[in-house]
Ligand binder design. Structure first.
Ligand code: 8YV
Length: 310
């Protein structure tokens, strides 16, 4: 008898296929509430992703639930306290996507500072026949402030070192294994940065950390980059800062209410936007899928989980 597993959010087709071959997979997107309720008492594993929300109430509807496996490194949408209260383990997919996210972060920093997207539009709109493209801002050698010095923040810092950037970071506490400057106060970090890179995890503890006063501290020559979670930035304050030239620009892979992206963040030559794609490469999505499968297998085998959330 195959174990009953519930797919609660978007997953890559290949992972969904593999799960359905190994387990009795129920896809919430294809079932009515009544159909889910009919099997709820037998569901032992839920598979979700980095954007989905798994509430205490939802967990309570699954009395046999033992594991929530997140396809993603971020699990801020999962009520982990509720899972623990119900004796449910939670896993995610850290490490395997670090390079991709750091690579895109560097790409966004270069794209917004050198206005690469606007430059292509300039050519496509025959602007080059009339004049040269506008001068833009240098990246190498500038000051990079990183909010959140975890795996991804450190990978970005390593890359930025190769661009001779001056690196400082803010986090809940200093990491004494690192040599980069630790600036505990976010406002001070912003004041001393040309680029402010948001790498903090989502959740209540980081909600709207990037607010109006931080953006004012970043200043008229400053650029904000966010590759973590839209919730870490006060999106309305960011829009106001861009509209009033409080900051020089922004590059965003994540937004407050995805897939909705405010019109005020679109069609601006000093704003680069991408659709939450930082970990979306074939190689990395395969590795993330592998981790999900290994965690589920480990749970059913009674062996230690591979990547439980901390
Ligand atoms: C996920 C993400 O991979 O890993 C994360 O936390 O933000 C995403 O890149 C995505 O949510 C999977 O659907």
């Amino acid at each position: 008898m195959k174990q009953k597993v519930l797919k609660q959010a978007y997953l890559p087709d290949a992972l969904t296929t593999e799960l359905s071959q190994r387990y009795d997979l129920y896809d919430m997107a294809l079932l009515t509430d009544a159909e889910v309720q009919a099997v709820a008492s037998e569901i032992t594993v839920v598979i979700t992703n980095g954007e989905a929300v798994v509430t205490r109430e939802f967990i309570s509807t699954l009395p046999a639930l033992k594991l929530i496996a997140v396809f993603g490194v971020g699990y801020d949408g999962v009520d982990v306290a509720a899972a623990r209260d119900a004796g449910v383990d939670v896993t995610h997919t850290p490490g395997v996507l670090t390079d991709d996210v750091a690579d895109l972060a560097m790409g966004l920093m270069l794209a917004v500072s050198r206005k690469i997207v606007a430059a292509q539009k300039f050519i496509e709109q025959a602007g080059w026949h009339k004049s040269g493209f506008q001068w833009t801002r240098k990246v190498s050698g500038k000051r990079l402030g990183i909010l959140g010095m975890g795996r991804i923040g450190q990978a970005i810092a390593k890359r930025a070192t190769a661009f001779d950037m001056e690196i400082a970071y803010s986090d809940r506490q200093q990491n004494n294994a690192l040599t980069w400057e630790f600036i505990p106060d976010l406002q001070t970090l912003a004041q001393n940065s040309d680029f402010l890179m948001v790498c903090a995890p989502g959740g209540e503890g980081t909600k709207a950390l990037i607010n109006q006063s931080v953006l004012e501290a970043l200043g008229a020559e400053g650029i904000l980059i966010n590759i973590s979670r839209g919730s870490v930035v006060d999106e309305q304050a960011l829009i106001a800062a861009l509209e009033n030239n409080i900051i020089a620009g922004a590059a965003l892979d994540v937004f407050a209410h995805e897939p909705l992206v405010p019109a005020s963040l679109q069609q601006r030559d000093n704003v680069v936007i991408t659709p939450h794609m930082a970990s979306a490469t074939w190689e990395t999505r395969r590795e993330m899928s592998r981790l999900v499968l290994e965690n589920v297998e480990a749970w059913f085998a009674g062996t230690p989980l591979v990547t439980p959330v901390p």
